[in-house]
Design a protein around this ligand. Structure first.
Ligand code: PEP
Ligand code: MG
Length: 300
């Protein structure tokens, strides 16, 4: 095994003006881990868990969740692995779970759906609590809109931990953070001080800010870009998170596109979660830029 310091170094790239930027992996399916060298990343910045639920039986299969999370944490070693709770609804529908395709971007999706279907949430919560014993786990909540949702999910974690410990099962509280992808949450970020960390979901943040559905190609130019409105919200949130002393990063698709990296750096971002096959490009882009997003050669 490689020394831990060397593994970590792979996920950090220095800007031309000497600032360390962290690069984490986005994982959509645990099978991808086999082909990815953990030494190239500062851990996992987003593991989507929707792959787990080809059926509603899978969604409540605690042992299946646990085995996958444990394997993922072992892959990451001592680096953080951030697993996002089920983000169903919207573009990710599942028959029988109540997520309707047409209105669902504005409806019952993400944490809203989990709180409406506690049996789904609690099975995943128990698996996460058990897996947390085996590594550096962060749990990310999707589509959080108001602080009460974060509190309600945290209560599930506390209750299920007590249940597990009562049964003599090892369980550890992970850090719980939230996606910043609903404009209302972004605008009121200081109200979420009980979130351990933040991650911009710009795929959704852009669709909601720009009123441009992410599954409608005819308006792709509006949502598939680092628009001034999205960048302003990001910059404001980075400032708020700094004041709250909470880490903040980005896991939306624009972070995997070298064309958008200068603007995202200028907005203050220093932690990028990227598609594994884009990391080489993103690393070389960042190493040629200063933190204000300007190319090194253009610096006076
Ligand atoms: C996002 O919204 O930017 C995001 C990373 O999550 P998803 O694409 O799964 O909604
Ligand atoms: Mg999203």
């Amino acid at each position: 095994a490689r020394p831990i310091a060397a593994r970590r170094a792979g996920g950090v790239v220095e800007t031309a003006d000497g600032v360390a930027i962290r690069l984490s992996a986005i994982i959509n399916d645990p099978l991808e881990l086999k082909a990815i060298n953990p030494a190239s990343f500062a851990g996992i910045g987003l593991m989507r868990t929707e792959f787990l639920v080809a059926s509603s039986a899978d969604a409540v299969n605690e042992q299946r969740h646990y085995d996958i999370y444990r394997h993922t944490l072992e892959w990451a070693g001592d680096a953080p692995a951030i697993v996002r709770m089920l983000d169903l609804g919207g573009d990710k529908t599942l028959p029988g779970l109540g997520a309707r395709k047409s209105e669902s971007f504005m409806g019952l999706r993400g944490t809203r759906l989990l709180l409406a279907r506690p049996e789904l949430a609690r099975a995943q919560v128990r698996a996460l609590l058990r897996a947390a014993v085996h590594g550096n786990l962060g749990v990310l909540l999707p589509m959080v809109t108001v602080p009460d949702e974060l509190d309600a999910m945290r209560t599930y974690f506390e209750e299920e931990r007590a249940v597990l410990l009562g049964r003599g099962v090892e369980a550890r509280m992970p850090e719980i953070g939230m996606m910043v992808e609903v404009p209302a949450a972004a605008l009121m970020l200081e109200q979420f001080s009980h979130s351990a960390f933040f991650s911009f979901g710009t795929n959704d943040l852009a669709q909601y800010l720009m009123a441009a559905a992410r599954d409608d190609q005819s308006v792709a130019a509006l949502y598939d870009a680092a628009t001034p409105a999205v960048l302003r919200v990001i910059a404001q949130c980075v400032g708020l998170a700094k004041a709250m002393k909470r880490p903040i990063g980005i896991c939306g698709e624009i972070a995997s596109d070298p064309r958008h990296i200068p603007a995202l750096m200028a907005a203050g971002l220093r932690h990028f979660s990227v598609a594994p096959d884009r990391v080489t490009d993103i690393r070389s882009t960042i190493s040629g830029l200063c933190t204000d997003g300007q190319a090194a050669a253009e610096m006076k």
